[in-house]
Design a protein around this ligand. Structure first.
Ligand code: G3I
Length: 398
């Protein structure tokens, strides 16, 4: 546990001047966002943070727009669960990244076990896209039209679409999406394309080939499911993003999380996680044409990682108990957080007091650090504020 059950909500929600979406927009991005899923929306603490547009200006449905949910039986469509998320975003005034139309995973059995010809599967593909894009028309900032079509060596992933239709299923998907919503941004989305390599090159070639045929593609989503430590450097991420934007598409980090491969993390590991998060966010900020960063849920409580990678996790910016990872403050800093906020970052990583957080009377100013492992600075908060536990490394005068 990182927090007392009695911790007031105010301690879990950083002040406006260090909130992610506010800072991201001030830096010129369109949004800082998060994925979410239906089951999580009954958690009131979770919802209060996700609804805060200072923190999150964009939402991605993590599951319920996928094919298995939206067309469980051929030509019978079910929007109920997806609509819960889209209504949530709309109610909060948050942008929506819609996810996804064509993917090898989360397909209904009528697709994966069906008997298909080239013509019948193309018809089913077009029908699915036509119906889903039409249903969500006007609600999405962007659609992930095709998700994860390549292997790490840059060859096409073999799935039912590739096997039956060949690589042409991708242009067909983009053409169909464009036909039913001419204004939504159409994205290709994949992982392991965040630095130069065969898979990134394959995605770039896809963009070039679609554009050469005048087929609409507006963006490339780089998922950024990373591991603490071996994440691409800042410079390699920037040059990779520029390889895409040079082709005339926008880019976004669409599923960012950075997991520990063994738990619990060490203090050094948490610092490294902060560096890694900051590098990816900075790469977006420093690249013209990078429109935003989406985390693949903001709290470890609802991260996909532990159920997929046993024994791994703590990949998000909030711990399971909704206290903040140190990496949160690294992201704030990367987004140009205010002097007061930057001081908090310095204090956390160096465990030393700074003049700007200490008042003339020797007490710690509002927002200043007042405790945490290794903390040697002041522990008495200025009148009107309380030293509030955030996590083992950090308490703050609030
Ligand atoms: O909703 C059912 C629940 O009723 C049932 O009791 C439970 C038992 O297994 O399963 C629940 O569904 C799970 C669903 O997540 C909702 O939690 C599925 O089994 C599980 O496979 C599904 O995993 C999702 C995964 O995609 C596969 O679709 C993850 O939540 C989701 O975060 C993950 O997201 C993907 C992106 O779409 C694409 N990029 C990679 C990313 C991470 O894998």
């Amino acid at each position: 546990m990182h927090v007392s059950a009695l911790l007031p909500l105010a301690a879990l929600v950083p002040a406006t001047l260090c909130q992610l979406n506010t800072l991201a927009k001030a830096k010129g991005l369109k949004y800082f966002g998060s994925a979410t899923d239906n089951g999580e929306l009954s958690d009131t603490t979770y919802v209060s943070i996700l609804s805060n547009t200072g923190q999150f200006g964009q939402i991605t449905p993590g599951n319920t727009q996928k094919w298995v949910y939206t067309e469980p039986t051929q030509n019978t469509f079910s929007w109920t669960q997806g609509d819960v998320i889209t209504s949530f975003a709309e109610g909060n005034g948050q942008l929506l990244r819609c996810h996804n139309l064509v993917w090898h995973n989360e397909l209904p059995s009528w697709i994966t076990s069906g008997t298909w010809t080239n013509a019948t599967l193309i018809a089913a593909l077009k029908n699915h896209i036509a119906n889903e894009v039409t249903h969500y028309k006007g609600q999405c900032y962007a659609w992930d039209v095709v998700n994860e079509a390549f292997n790490d060596d840059g060859t096409y992933r073999v799935d039912v679409f590739y096997t039956t239709i060949g690589p042409e299923y991708i242009p067909i998907a983009f053409e169909t999406a464009a036909l039913y919503d001419s204004t939504v941004k159409l994205y290709y989305n994949d992982y392991n394309i965040e630095s130069a390599g065969a898979k990134s090159t394959a995605a770039q070639n896809l963009v070039s080939s679609l554009k050469a045929r005048s087929i609409k593609i507006d963006g490339v989503g780089l998922q950024a499911h990373f591991i603490v430590g071996p994440t691409p450097s800042l410079s390699s991420q920037i040059s990779n993003l520029k390889s895409f934007t040079a082709l005339g598409v926008e880019v976004a980090y669409t599923e960012l999380d950075i997991r520990f491969t063994s738990l619990p993390p060490t203090a050094a590991g948490l610092t490294q996680q902060g560096t890694d998060y900051a590098n990816t966010v900075s790469a977006c900020v420093e690249t013209t044409g990078c429109v935003g960063v989406t985390v693949w849920d903001f709290t470890d409580k609802y991260s996909w990682v532990p159920s997929t990678f046993s024994g791994q996790g703590e990949a998000c910016l909030w711990y399971s108990d909704f206290t903040l990872h140190p990496a949160y403050y690294s992201v704030v800093s990367a987004l140009g957080g205010t002097a007061a906020t930057t001081t908090l970052v310095t204090s956390r990583t160096t465990s030393s007091a700074t003049a700007t957080t200490t008042t003339a009377s020797g007490t710690v100013a509002k927002w200043g650090q007042c405790g945490g492992i290794g903390w040697t600075g002041g522990t008495v908060c200025v009148a009107g504020t309380t030293c509030t536990y955030s996590n083992a490394w950090y308490s703050q005068c609030l």
